[in-house]
Design a protein around this ligand. Structure first.
Ligand code: SF4
Length: 236
């Protein structure tokens, strides 16, 4: 399995890595890693919403700080609450989130518009748990950046109604748009010193990523699963 090889590469880069077969198994792994009586921050991630871990954590009584709930992201009057919550995530014990790409040699590559997700991945929460579907695996950092800017960002922009050129053309033009999504790029080459970091590799397609050479049926399933857990954010 390719995920097993990625797991070994991540471990060589000082990350803790777990391989699971399904989203259900990812949930169980997370529930065993996260103490019940702790506070969990959430970084915006379709993968995290897809696997259903947020509902499981709430149900067992774990406190969640989730600035990216539908309620907070669609109501413009909740903008200040959302921003305060985004800052509060930096002081939580555990952050759960996804990544845009993982390379064959175990690097995590991400691009953010705001930067709160990637900043909290690096420092703040004592422990970070990142869930990655097999469809996020790419050859290397160049392939990751190419895919993020020419597959993920254009589709993300179109789905969320951002007025970027790539939303129209499907290709990155290194834009100057006020809606530009690609403002902060991070490459986690090795685990940062002060943060415990666990990567859960799931042998399923999760979140937004695909290779354009894959069969159309697989790509359209990834798209429709993503669309089921995303929505247009209120501009703020
Ligand atoms: S830089 Fe602009 S055009 Fe390029 S992918 Fe990002 S948002 Fe789209």
């Amino acid at each position: 399995m390719q995920v097993e090889a990625i797991s070994r590469a991540l471990e060589a880069n000082n990350f803790d890595a777990h391989v699971v077969k399904s989203r259900a198994a990812a949930n169980e792994a997370m529930l065993s890693l996260i103490p019940r009586d702790t506070t969990v921050g959430v970084g915006d991630s379709a993968t995290i919403r897809q696997i259903g871990i947020l509902e499981r954590l709430v149900k067992r009584g774990t406190k969640l700080l989730n600035p990216f709930s539908r309620e907070l992201t669609t109501d413009p009057s909740k903008r200040d609450v959302r921003h305060e919550l985004s800052r509060a995530v930096f002081t939580t014990n555990v952050l759960i989130t996804g990544t845009n790409a993982v390379t064959l040699d175990g690097k995590l590559v991400n691009i953010d518009a705001v930067g709160n997700r990637v900043a909290a991945m690096i420092f703040g929460p004592k422990e970070v748990i990142i869930v990655v579907g097999r469809n996020k695996i790419v050859r290397d950092v160049d392939a990751a950046l190419h895919r993020i800017k020419n597959v993920i960002a254009p589709y993300h922009a179109r789905t969320k109604d951002f007025a970027t050129p790539c939303a129209r053309t499907g290709r990155c033009s290194d834009c100057d748009s006020l809606d530009r999504l690609c403002n902060v790029t991070t490459i986690l080459e090795k685990r940062p010193w002060r943060t415990a970091m666990t990567i859960i590799l799931v042998d399923e397609d999760l979140g937004l990523s695909w290779d354009e050479t894959w069969p159309p049926k697989r790509i359209s399933k990834i798209k429709s699963n993503y669309e089921g857990v995303t929505w247009v954010f209120a501009r703020a």
